[in-house]
Design a binder for this molecule. Structure first.
Ligand code: NAD
Length: 484
């Protein structure tokens, strides 16, 4: 069992650091509202310590071979898997997500990233470009000190999805978790160091927007990778632009999930459940605009309602619980506000919609039908368990409506028509598309958003491009010609 109260709020230069003069950040167990730990926002001194350590440690790390760096990451992956149960319990206490989920989706996906990027670290090479006798070769070089800013829905995963490729490429990282879920990133730092990571290369500092902006604005920082909302993304991107820093922006969405008449009904309902109610709907890529073709609509709603009887809401630490609370009181209030808005604007409530009469931040999984494109619940990211069903008739119509959004994170289609499925995937304006499934995010595939949903990609070899740059070296084999 990991004590939720960490030995220090921050992990800097290979050890826990405490400075209780920073603003207090209570850590709340969302299932009860109980305070389980306290951390303190990093003071300017702690931020300085972390950035200085990263800057100092990075060149030596970059000088090691990729295989040596990768070995450490792979060792960390093994430790993380061995501790999966304890890490999952901690994640559940930090986020409120059911243990049934955290056991398979959090430390495990973090370990996948460490293993994957550890595995390719030794193969990160440049190119050889022949130019007759002359040639150019490219060196793939790290960017230097990278900053990671995390959201609260997948704290371990985000800490690893940013840390693993950054370290594989020879960078150092200063990671700031969300102030709502500050605990797991400290475990990631501990495990990396136990696996042999030299001091100063993966630092964790706590704090809110102020600490985030201190990090982003620092001259020593070469790259910022944010997972968060679109409004935060705009601010962070703008700050990074001043210093011409590299960015990866993993932002919000309002993704379409299109279900055609010919779809396998059971699978389509499963996809909609996974794409709306997993993690109580607090998933960026969720397919919250569920476009259902008229011929299958009533069957879809009936089957969805039946399947919702299988929801087991309760203590997230009980492995039978499959639906937990929202992460915080404020998130609960946001979601309740959207439910009220849906009713006010004329959507038909088919299921749920109520706050649950128990301690903690629980709201029922909610399904609205007869939702129209202009309704607030169809336009804005809710980040809670609210599924909206919108009717449609034709393929052309639904594709145009699916794309009529400022977001472009994900999109899905359920159909048995092979060519239509691929036409839809080609037509969707989204970074990740799904055919007859929804919300899978394997480390082997690029993940990220189009339009306002972000810039850059995480995971796969695509992430390497965003944590390194290529230097061209021109080599002339003969004499140099000059005009005079
Ligand atoms: P948020 O935008 O409020 O915060 C994200 C992080 O940015 C936090 O660490 C926060 O402290 C920091 N931050 C906030 N303002 C800042 C500023 N001005 N300068 C520097 N740092 C700042 O997001 P959240 O509420 O924690 O998470 C929910 C959002 O994240 C949703 O919109 C969701 O869609 C998105 N999200 C996206 C992905 C993805 O991969 N695309 C994954 C998970 C969550």
């Amino acid at each position: 069992m990991i004590d939720p109260q960490p030995r220090g709020s921050h992990f800097v230069d290979g050890e826990y650091v405490e400075d209780s003069t920073g603003a207090e950040i209570p850590v709340i167990y969302p299932a009860t509202g109980e305070q389980i730990a306290t951390v303190y926002a990093a003071t300017d001194a702690v931020v300085e310590q972390a950035l200085a350590a990263a800057k100092r440690a990075q060149p030596e790390w970059a000088a090691m071979t990729g295989t040596e760096r990768g070995r450490i990451l792979r060792r960390a992956a093994d430790i993380m898997r061995e501790r999966n149960h304890d890490l999952s319990v901690l994640e559940t206490r930090d986020t409120g997500k059911p243990l049934q989920e955290t056991l398979v989706a959090d430390a495990t996906s973090g370990a996948d990233a460490l293993e994957y990027f550890g595995g390719i670290a030794g193969s990160l090479t440049g190119d050889y470009i022949p130019l007759g006798e002359d040639f150019v070769y490219t060196r793939r070089e790290p960017l230097g000190v990278c900053v990671g800013l995390g959201a609260w829905n997948y704290p371990t995963q985000i800490a690893c999805w940013k840390g693993a490729p950054a370290l594989a490429c020879g960078n150092a990282m200063v990671f700031k978790p969300s102030e709502t879920t500050p605990l797991s990133a400290l475990q990631v730092a501990e495990i990396l160091h136990e696996a042999g990571l030299p001091k100063g290369l993966y630092n964790v500092v706590q704090g809110r927007a102020r600490v985030g902006s201190l990090l982003v604005n620092d001259k020593r920082v070469a790259k910022v990778s944010l997972t968060g909302s679109v409004p935060t993304g705009r601010k962070v991107y703008a700050m990074a632009a001043v210093g011409m820093k590299h960015v990866t922006m993993e932002l919000g969405g309002k993704s379409p999930l299109v279900i055609f008449d010919d779809a396998d009904l059971e699978n389509a309902v499963s996809g909609a459940i996974n794409g709306n109610f997993y993690s109580s709907g607090q998933v960026c890529s969720n397919g919250t605009r569920v476009f259902v073709q008229k011929g299958i609509k009533e069957a879809f709603l009936a089957r969805m309602t039946e399947r919702l009887a299988g929801v087991k809401m309760g203590d997230p630490l009980d492995e039978n619980t499959n639906f937990g609370p929202l992460v915080s009181q404020s998130q609960l209030e946001i979601v309740e506000g959207y439910v009220a808005k849906g009713l006010e604007e004329g959507a038909r409530l088919v299921h749920g919609g109520n706050r649950v009469d128990r301690e903690g931040y629980y709201i029922e999984p909610t399904v609205f039908a007869d939702v129209t494109d202009d309704m607030t619940i169809a336009r804005e990211e809710i980040f809670g368990p609210v599924l909206s069903v919108l009717d449609f008739e034709t393929e052309d119509e639904v594709l145009a409506r699916a794309n009529d959004t400022e977001f472009g994170l994900s999109a899905g289609v359920f159909t048995r028509d092979l060519t239509r499925a691929h036409r839809m995937a080609a037509g969707f304006e989204a970074g990740t598309c799904y055919i007859n499934t929804y919300n899978d995010a394997p480390v082997e595939a690029p993940f990220g958003g189009s339009k306002q949903s972000g810039v850059g990609r995480e995971n796969s070899s695509a992430a390497i491009e965003h944590f390194s740059e290529k230097k061209s070296v021109y080599v002339r084999m003969g004499d140099v010609e000059a005009p005079f």
